[in-house]
Design a protein around this ligand. Sequence first.
Ligand SMILES: [Zn+2]
Length: 315
Amino acid sequence: MSNLCRICGIEGDHQAYTVKEMMFGTREEFEYFQCSFCGCLQIKQVPEDLGRYYPENYYSFQSYDKLAVSRWRSFRYALRNKRGQWLERMAGAFVRPPKHLAWVRNAGADLDSKILDIGCGNGKTLLKMHLGGFRHCIGLDPFIQETLRYHNGVVIHKQSLQEFRENTQENFDLIMFHHSLEHMGDPQEMINAAAALLTERGRILVRVPVADSYAWEHYRENWLQIDAPRHLYLLTRKSMSILAENSGLKVERIDYDSTKGQFIGSELYQRDIPGNSSSRNKPVFNRSQLRSFKQKTRELNQQEQGDQAVFYFCR
Ligand SMILES: [Zn+2]
C-alpha cells in the first residue's frame, strides 16, 4: 500500500514493519514504514492519545533538585569550563569530562552564549551546563506539570516551541534537541521554528537515533531505539539534511555517540524481554559478551554506523 513520507514528501510503496511496544511491555502493535528515498523509518499513523504512552514516572520527568544544589558538581564543571585546557586534562585524569563540553565546542558556543533546549523534560542537561558556567539557559517542554524556575536562574517553560516563539524577541546561539525531535509530530515544523530563533552564526544541535545504522539493519523490529509508539521518526543522514535544507540550513558536522545499550536492549527485545522486566536484573549476558558489545559500539561509532548521532546545523 502506498504511503507518504512525512520528511521528504515522496509517496511510494515503502517497506512496512509491525513493531511492538516493549519499554513497558504492553506489546501493543504499531505500523511503521521506511521511506525508500530518504530512509526515514516512521510510524504510519501518529496515535491521537500519545500522552497515555508517557507514564508519570517517564525518565525525563524525574526531579533534578539535588543536581541543582550539588557543590561538588558545581566545582567539577566550573573548573573544567572556565580554566585552560591543561587544567582540563589534569582534571580529566580523575573525572570524566561532561558531555556538553564537546557539544558547545563543536557548536562554537561559549559561556556567554544564549542556549535553548527544546523538549528538555525537567532540564537536567541545562542544569549541568549552568553548573559549568553557562549563564543563559532556557528550556521548553509542554509536557512538564508546570513552569520550573530553579533558584540558579534556569527556567524551563511549560510551552511548545510555537508558543514560546510567539512570546519572545530573543535569538539563541545554540538551540538543542536532545533525543526529543523523534518524539515530535512534525520535525520539519520544529526545525523551521528553531531556525527562525537562531542568531546569524548560531547552531542547532540535534541528537537523535538514526536508522542508517547497523542496529536497525541487524535487529529490525527488535531494535531498541524504535521505542514504538513514542519514537515517531527514526531519521537518517539523508532525512536530516532534507530537514536542514528545507529550513535554509545545512548539516555542518555529524558525530556518532551510540552506546552498548543498542545491543543489550535489542538483544533483550529479541528474546521478548521488555524494558521494565524484572528478569532484566538476572545476568543475561556474560562479561565477555558485554565487553564485545562495548568494543563493537566503539567500532560502529568510528565507522558512522552507530545507532545515534549528534547533528550540527548552521546557516
Ligand atoms: Zn522520505
